[in-house]
Design a protein around this ligand. Structure first.
Ligand SMILES: *[C@@H]1O[C@H](CO)[C@@H](O)[C@H](O)[C@H]1NC(C)=O
Ligand SMILES: *[C@@H]1O[C@H](CO)[C@@H](O)[C@H](O)[C@H]1NC(C)=O
Ligand SMILES: *[C@@H]1O[C@H](CO)[C@@H](O)[C@H](O)[C@H]1NC(C)=O
Ligand SMILES: *[C@@H]1O[C@H](CO)[C@@H](O)[C@H](O)[C@H]1NC(C)=O
Length: 357
């Protein structure tokens, strides 16, 4: 017996509307692990300036601090005074909310830098004061001997992007305005808001907008209902379509059969027709049926149930893998996704239906 593959290809059920705020995001802070920066649960003891928003938690901050003190063991007091701040600042860039930029970590095809990219002026200053610390900061032996040559030294340390190099990245107001402070728009929406628009549905499988100026949308339930939701959020009591008697499904939540999709005519306003996709039993045979309904002439929130015109029926030899998506392309054609007939391993057809072009 082949294994059963639960490859559900039902349309995505989604009863939330995504509402994107018109928010222009100029800056793009990112950590070395490609994740977004965050506010550490506890303030950092060493790279304090990144306690509010950055890429280090307390453990990471401790590691940076240990590395710093190991390096500083090599210095006498005056060296400590001269170079300590450079070394601290350079090491702490791992915690910067822009660390991915500073270390060139964004492109997976090029190696990440070992040290953060410095701006030209800062690098010159560092070279003048502390050039001989380089070997303490890097294991890269291609740098051996470059301390005496400022150009080679800075060619190694510089990041050519004048906005994102250290320390310019900190003073750039575009990059730092509102960094880490998530601000709501006048309606209280953050950058991406989810708004619940419907609930209490039983296996909702499709949601389509009327797009006819009425701002209604329709939600289909697998057991064979389509409901109309009005712009004020209320749902019309009587169903837009009630196909529960015809639809083949079961109360089992994992059943892949049922009412699977709905698509409106691309010119719904002038051609008020809806296309539906559902499972059906015909002479003990399981099929999917695609049919057309016309809007009732007396009620815009209901299809004329007597208007059904069957366009296509396809035998589905097993009860799973029924496909289920129905949509109009920009070319005006109706596309129907019928699945491979089901059962584990695509056994139907000469070489499996899914391979049959
Ligand atoms: C060492 O530095 C050179 C540039 O001087 C760079 O091309 C190379 O990728 C670095 N190697 C490592 C292991 O970081
Ligand atoms: C660089 O260092 C590695 C060990 O870290 C060593 O195997 C290699 O020979 C060194 N290359 C040069 C040019 O010194
Ligand atoms: C929503 O609009 C419909 C039609 O205009 C109206 O019948 C219904 O009472 C409204 N519902 C709410 C909650 O305002
Ligand atoms: C849907 O149709 C079935 C049978 O055709 C009927 O029993 C049921 O009451 C209808 N549901 C609604 C909400 O109208």
């Amino acid at each position: 017996m082949g294994s059963v593959v639960w490859q559900r290809v039902l349309p995505t059920c989604c009863w939330f509307l995504l509402v994107c705020a018109p928010w222009t995001v100029l800056s793009h802070p990112q950590c070395l692990d490609y994740k977004p920066p965050f506010q550490p649960p506890e303030p950092l003891a060493f790279c304090k300036e990144y306690s509010k928003f950055g890429c280090c938690n307390v453990e990471k901050d401790n590691l940076v601090s240990q590395r710093y003190y190991m390096i500083m063991d090599y210095f006498d007091y005056s060296g400590y005074l001269t170079c300590g701040k450079y070394i601290r600042n350079i090491l702490c860039q791992e915690c910067s909310p822009y660390s991915a930029h500073l270390y060139d970590a964004e492109d997976a095809n090029t190696p990440m830098r070992e040290l953060p990219g410095l701006c030209g002026d800062y690098c010159s200053e560092f070279w003048h004061q502390c050039r001989y610390v380089l070997s303490l900061l890097t294991d890269n032996n291609t740098t051996i001997g470059i301390e005496d040559d400022r150009d080679r030294f800075c060619a190694f340390l510089e990041l050519k992007d004048p906005q994102y190099c250290y320390p310019n990245v900190l003073s750039n107001t575009d990059l730092n305005a509102n960094l880490g402070s998530v601000q709501a728009d006048p309606e209280g929406c953050l950058q991406l808001c989810l708004q619940e628009v419907a609930n209490g549905l039983r296996n909702p499988v499709a949601m389509v907008h009327a797009n006819d100026g009425t701002h209604r949308f329709f939600v289909a339930e697998q057991l064979g209902y389509v409901w109309v939701y009005l712009p004020n959020g209320s749902r019309v009591d009587r169903p837009f379509l009630n196909l529960t008697r015809a639809v083949l499904t079961s109360p089992w939540a994992g059943d892949e059969r049922g009412f699977l999709c709905l698509a409106l005519h691309p010119h719904f306003t002038s051609v008020p027709k809806a296309y539906v996709y559902y499972s059906v039993a015909v002479k003990k045979q399981e099929r999917i049926r695609i049919s057309e309904f016309t809007l009732s002439t007396s009620d815009m929130n209901m299809l004329d149930h007597s208007s059904e015109r069957t366009l296509l029926e396809v035998v589905e030899p097993a009860s799973n893998h029924n496909g289920g998506q129905l949509l109009f392309g920009h070319d005006g054609y109706l596309y129907i996704f019928i699945g491979d007939g089901g059962k584990g391993g695509d056994p139907f057809g000469k070489f499996g239906n899914s391979q049959n072009k």
